[in-house]
Every structure is written in C-alpha cells, then in structure tokens.
Design a protein around this ligand. Sequence first.
Ligand SMILES: [Zn+2]
Ligand SMILES: [Zn+2]
Ligand SMILES: [Zn+2]
Ligand SMILES: [Zn+2]
Ligand SMILES: [Zn+2]
Ligand SMILES: [Zn+2]
Ligand SMILES: [Zn+2]
Ligand SMILES: [Zn+2]
Length: 310
Amino acid sequence: MKTQEEHATHTFCCSCFERHPRFDVLELSCKRRDEDLLHAYCRDCVKGLFGACLRDTTLWPPRCCGVRISVYAAAHLLDPKLVTQCETKDEELSTPNPTYCSNRSCAEWIPPSNIKAEVGKCYACSKDTCATCKNPKHKGLCPKDEDVQQFMEYAGKQKYKRCFNCRTVVELEMGCNHIYCRCGAEFCYLCGDRWKTCACDTFVEGRLFRGHVTQTPGSPIVMPEEDELPEPNPIEDVISGLQQRLASFTEGSFDTASTDAAKCSHNWVRSTSSFDGKEGCNICYEAVLVINNCFQCGVSVCNMCLNNRL
Ligand SMILES: [Zn+2]
Ligand SMILES: [Zn+2]
Ligand SMILES: [Zn+2]
Ligand SMILES: [Zn+2]
Ligand SMILES: [Zn+2]
Ligand SMILES: [Zn+2]
Ligand SMILES: [Zn+2]
Ligand SMILES: [Zn+2]
C-alpha cells in the first residue's frame, strides 16, 4: 500500500517500472500522451541508458521522448568516468572527417589534438594512423592527399617517371632513355624497368639532342604504390551504416512495418512476455521481456527504442 508520504518521496522509473526514492532518480519533464507520470530514470537505468548510447551511436545523443538528456543533468547519478566518456563521444561525433585507429582490433577515435602532421597517434594502443587516408601510417606522401593527387595528375601529363627503386619522380627532357636516379638506380625512362632489362629503344627521336634528368621541384616525391597500401579501414563503413540507420530513425520510419506505422499516432500497450519466450523489437531486433505493442498499426517496440530512440 502506498501512503501519501511515499508518493511524495518516491517515483516510478519509466525504464524498469519500479519505485525509487526521488533523490536517486533523474526526473525529466517529458512523457507520452498516453501516460500519467512524467518520465524519471533510476540510478541503474540512467547508467544503463548512457552506457547503451555510448555503445550504439544510433542512440546518441541520449534522449527521452526526443528531448536530449544532458550528461550534466544526470552527472550526480553517473560515474565520473562515464561522464568523461560522454564528453569525448560528443567531441567525436562533432568532429568533421574523424580519424579512427587503423588497428582494427582497437578502432578508437583519435582526437584532433593527437594528430600531428596528418599522423594520428592512438592513445589506447599507440599505433599511428594516416589522418588523410585512414590507413596505418605509411612512408612518403599520402596518395589520398589532394595536393599529391593534383601533382601526380600533372606528373602523368608531363611524362614524369618514378624510379623503381626509391620512387623519386624524375623528368627526362630530351635525350637517352637511360636514367640515373640520385639513389644510384638505373632504369629505362620508357617503361620504368631496371636498365638493360627491357626491349625499349634506347633513344627517342626529338630527345636525342638534349639529355638530362631534372629532379622535380623541392624534395624528392616518394609515393607508396597503390597495392602496397593496406585495405581501407572498415570502421568507415560501420560509421556510414550507423549514420544511415540514424537518419531513418529520425525520419520516424520503421524498418519492417508498413507505411501505416509511419502515419500511425500509436497507442502503446505494454505487455510482459512469458518467461519461455521473448518478444522481438521491430526497430533494434532485440529480444526483450517487456514490449510495447500498438494494435492500430501492429508495431512492437522495446522500451528503450520507444523512449530513447524514436
Ligand atoms: Zn529503473
Ligand atoms: Zn520521456
Ligand atoms: Zn588504437
Ligand atoms: Zn595516407
Ligand atoms: Zn632512385
Ligand atoms: Zn624499357
Ligand atoms: Zn501504431
Ligand atoms: Zn528496440
């Protein structure tokens, strides 16, 4: 039996549906129109919510009924470590063209303050990642760098060649096709092979009279071959996938249900599955014990998707 006094000092958690003392909950000013009580989250549920939001970017930013829950509003119920993680996540998701650790088993976000001269150092595993192409740090200039791409396009048009040994770009103006590179390698200007290993002509008419090799301006241009670069980091695919999912959630469209669901104003009826079976959420596909069904449109969603995702 609830006394009047208990009603004043306790409130329901909208996530676990249990009564908790008011000092130990986060009280919000939102509710769904079919509910009487304003939403509140107990200590465990608010921790669970922020933890879930950190793990699943589509839940970010933490929100209830579409209203953002500031981590500072909940800070008195959260571990300081979790608060810091949330601040970092905010910074990560607001960084344009973010860099993630190229060590696939790590894949931590590398904050801009850890990126020097386009090389990011992972604070978690210390591995270096190229902030331009997102691959592990590589020697030479980055082939994904716009300036480098422009130069290589220009170099291609100008008939520059790269030394097979050190990859310095050299230009032959006129004369013999025999190139002496500054690294000591000798190669054929026409095909780029080691000198005297190919069947090309030694001379090209028009080049016969002035033979010299010019180094391209500035320091030698050294480029890794395209096939020497590791596979692109799949984390980029993961992120774009999450962003697409997030976009479809914010449009309010359900993955599996008909267009009726998008138009429905929903009348949620909460039910608890029997213990031998769990029901699946139509949005996150999690099997849960407590499910909300709308009998108007036939959609079933879990509590977290209903309060914190939609
Ligand atoms: Zn709770
Ligand atoms: Zn709410
Ligand atoms: Zn790492
Ligand atoms: Zn690179
Ligand atoms: Zn060379
Ligand atoms: Zn040749
Ligand atoms: Zn509905
Ligand atoms: Zn769900």
